[in-house]
Design a protein around this ligand. Structure first.
Ligand code: ADP
Ligand code: MG
Length: 688
């Protein structure tokens, strides 16, 4: 149960005055659903205004507050141009207050002729007159109605203006309770940090590094603490030591020798599984580093001990592929591998459920359907979570939880997580790294191509297909509006069909019915169709070795980690592979740098570090895709700067207060866990 003191913060957004049905969607898009979200909706920047007695005191480009008197209205001749209110200041200097479109209607009301008004806005030069376009504020007196001299500028969404949002933030701030302090007093002193409540007030008033840092630290601290509690809980849990005798693995005939990194990882996993408490290990390895076979060996270890194993995949496509791959690899072993997804119904499903219950199914591969209540196992010994970064931290821990009891857990990710983030994301786990690719991989020839050269790109695609090879064509999800995104992908699909012929192109995106999506995917994977047009759904784990060309449209829209994952779909067969990054006409400095890096390196770690530097941690943390934000407040710089200290602070707290978080600071820390929705940490305390 959430501590009562937090109740006002968790009240729904519509408990604030002025939030009606019309604002619901815009607020939702920004994640503003509860009172606390408004308090944590931090300004991007501030407009700083200077109060001046006369226009002559101000510079062009400066934001000012000045007293003006309107003396003439000028509508444009056609009625279509801007509406201008000509006004003079105390010294008789003239300025045009310019309004476009519908704003013109209110201009006369705001600025009646021959009356003085205080006006706030940005001073500009237009020809040889001064002007202010759409003044930010106009008021009769120069007091608060005019806006602050330092005004926060908030991230907004369609249908929500700053004027609407600010009073809501103010109301939320008024509702903030005093909370007990969870940060070590010496840390507060040394850094000169304000209390939690003061910090939230301050960050909305002006740029305030200490206040911002404090809030980021809170979040990092709560996250570190939650993961430590999970880890501590795990150590207390009894597991079943498993040390297979190799009788199943001996029957496995792999077409390749394991790499050194694979051998080392397997030894580490076996070491954990032999312990009397459940394994919690992350297997981290770049795309194509061969995680699947490591997972198989771990699962066979469990099976040799008479246990069952489950492999959880984030998508149905991937589950099917894993099922096929594992069956192929394990052919000689005589073990039973079943596939279970949310779509399987009726008799087939019943028979798999029976098999899991009576133990005749040794391995089940599937989506989260494998953890539904209706699914019971005879004796589940190991759970493998593939592409775990697709599941947010909370979701992952929940799955682990469900699988628990005594089962060992192996999570796998292709996302190279920089050291700084490893702690924040996986503090509860041991980590094994596959830092070596299987031999013989060819580098992927990566090129950046301007979109204007589309015709050449399509011609190249035609030649590629004619030579019997396959290709991916990826369209980004860029619009706020999903329909528009799909329109873009569908348009490209139609265009390529026109060139290559109906039967040679297929389309996969998230809005297709799963059976159609799968069918299309299978047609591509089997080689029947040469080109797969897709949104980023293919990012995860798909393996089609004959596909050796990857075209990514508007590549600058993607993060490096995502581009790296996408590119990793090619370069899997014997042929030389090419990746074409199509870029738009306008490219930001960062965009340019990102694409250049993609050309330069294929090292996932390097790309991840750079991505963190250039763009922010969210993507590496893999939470953007899964819709769960790991860090809402902390920026990449703050993560780098504060994470270790926050981690040490959490450690110290557990050392003193124990894993039950006793004492005053322990109590305060529990509140922080709820506040940042790391409550799974607290649930564990209560043996949940
Ligand atoms: P990922 O780590 O991306 O999940 P996979 O497990 O799908 O990688 O492996 C990628 C490809 O590499 C597969 O075709 C797999 O059979 C192959 N592979 C895995 N290990 C080795 C190895 N030691 N030597 C050669 N090929 C390997
Ligand atoms: Mg994989």
């Amino acid at each position: 149960m959430r501590p009562e003191v937090l109740n006002p913060l968790f009240a729904a957004a519509d408990s604030l005055k002025g939030v009606g049905a019309k604002l619901e969607k815009p607020l939702d898009r920004l994640g503003l659903t509860r009172v606390k979200d408004f308090a944590y909706h931090l300004p991007d920047r501030f407009i700083e205004r200077r109060r001046v007695g006369a226009l002559a005191e101000a510079g062009i480009g400066e934001h000012i507050i000045v007293k003006l008197t309107a003396d003439q209205y000028r509508a444009s001749g056609s009625g279509r141009g801007p509406f201008r209110v000509m006004a003079t200041d105390a010294e008789g200097a003239q300025i045009a207050l310019t309004y476009f479109g519908r704003a013109s209607f209110s201009a006369k009301k705001l600025l009646p002729l021959n009356e003085a008004r205080w006006v706030a806005g940005k001073l500009e030069q237009y020809g040889d007159t001064l002007q202010m376009v759409h003044p930010d504020h106009v008021a009769e007196d120069g007091g608060t109605a005019l806006g602050q001299t330092c005004e926060p500028v908030y991230p907004l969404s369609d249908g929500l203006t700053g004027g609407r949002l600010q009073p809501l933030v103010e109301q939320a701030l008024d509702l903030l309770p005093e909370l007990p302090e969870w940060i070590e007093p010496s840390v507060m002193d040394r850094r000169g940090w304000p209390s939690w409540r003061d910090a939230l007030h301050l960050v909305h008033r002006a740029r305030h590094k200490e206040a911002r840092d404090r809030l980021a630290y809170d979040e990092l601290f709560a996250s570190a603490l939650a993961l430590m509690l999970v880890r501590a809980d795990n150590r207390r849990r009894k597991g079943i030591p498993m040390q297979g005798d190799g009788h199943v693995r001996d029957r496995l005939t792999l077409p390749f020798a394991l790499t050194g990194a694979q051998q080392r990882s397997i030894r580490e996993i076996e070491g954990d599984m032999a312990q009397p408490h459940p394994m919690l290990r992350l297997l981290q390895g770049d795309v194509g580093s061969g995680k699947t076979v490591v997972a198989l060996l771990a699962m066979l270890n469990a099976i040799e001990c008479g246990k069952q194993a489950a492999l959880l995949a984030p998508t149905e496509i991937l589950a099917r592929q894993h099922h096929a791959t594992l069956q192929e690899m394990a052919r000689g072993t005589g073990i039973e591998i079943a596939l279970l997804t949310g779509r399987d119904k009726g008799r087939a499903r019943e028979s798999i459920l029976m098999g899991l219950l009576d133990g005749s199914v040794n391995i089940v591969v599937g989506t989260h359907a494998i953890f539904q209540e209706s699914v019971s196992y005879r004796d589940l010994g190991l759970v493998v979570i593939d592409e775990q970064h697709r599941f947010g931290v909370g979701q992952r821990l929940m799955l682990q939880q469900k699988a628990r009891g005594t089962a060992h857990c192996l999570a796998m990710t292709a996302t190279p997580i920089p050291r700084t983030l490893l702690l924040a994301q996986h503090g509860e786990m041991e980590v094994s790294q596959l830092d070596e690719l299987p031999p013989g991989r060819k580098p992927i020839d990566t090129r950046v191509v301007p979109t204007e050269r589309m015709d050449d790109v399509v011609a190249g695609l035609v030649r590629h297909v004619q030579s019997g090879r396959q290709a991916y064509w990826v369209c980004p999800m860029v619009h706020e509006n999903e329909r528009e995104d799909l329109a873009a992908a569908e348009e490209r699909f139609d265009a390529l069909k026109a060139v290559l012929g109906e039967g040679n192109v297929t389309l996969v995106h998230g809005q297709l019915r799963p059976e159609i999506k799968d069918a299309n995917m299978v047609r591509f994977a089997s080689g029947e169709v040469a080109v797969l047009v897709a949104t980023t759904v293919i990012e995860v784990g798909v393996n089609v070795p004959n596909a050796s060309l990857m075209v990514i449209e508007q590549a600058e829209r993607f993060g490096l980690a995502q581009l790296h994952q996408l590119r990793g779909r090619v370069g899997r067969g014997a042929a030389e592979s090419v990746c074409l990054l199509l870029r738009g006409q306008t490219l930001s400095e960062t965009g340019r740098e990102r694409l250049a890096l993609m050309r330069e390196t294929q090292d996932g770690f390097r790309l991840a570090e750079e991505d963190l530097r250039l763009r922010g941690g969210g993507e590496i943390l893999g939470t953007r895709q899964s819709g769960e934000t790991a860090f809402r407040v902390a920026t990449p710089e703050q993560i780098t700067e504060l994470l270790e200290a926050a981690h040490d602070d959490a450690r110290l707290l557990i050392d003193r207060a124990g894993a039950n978080l006793e004492g005053a600071r322990g109590e305060a820390a529990r509140i922080a866990l709820y506040l940042f929705e790391r409550d799974y940490g607290v649930q564990l305390l209560r043996g949940g």
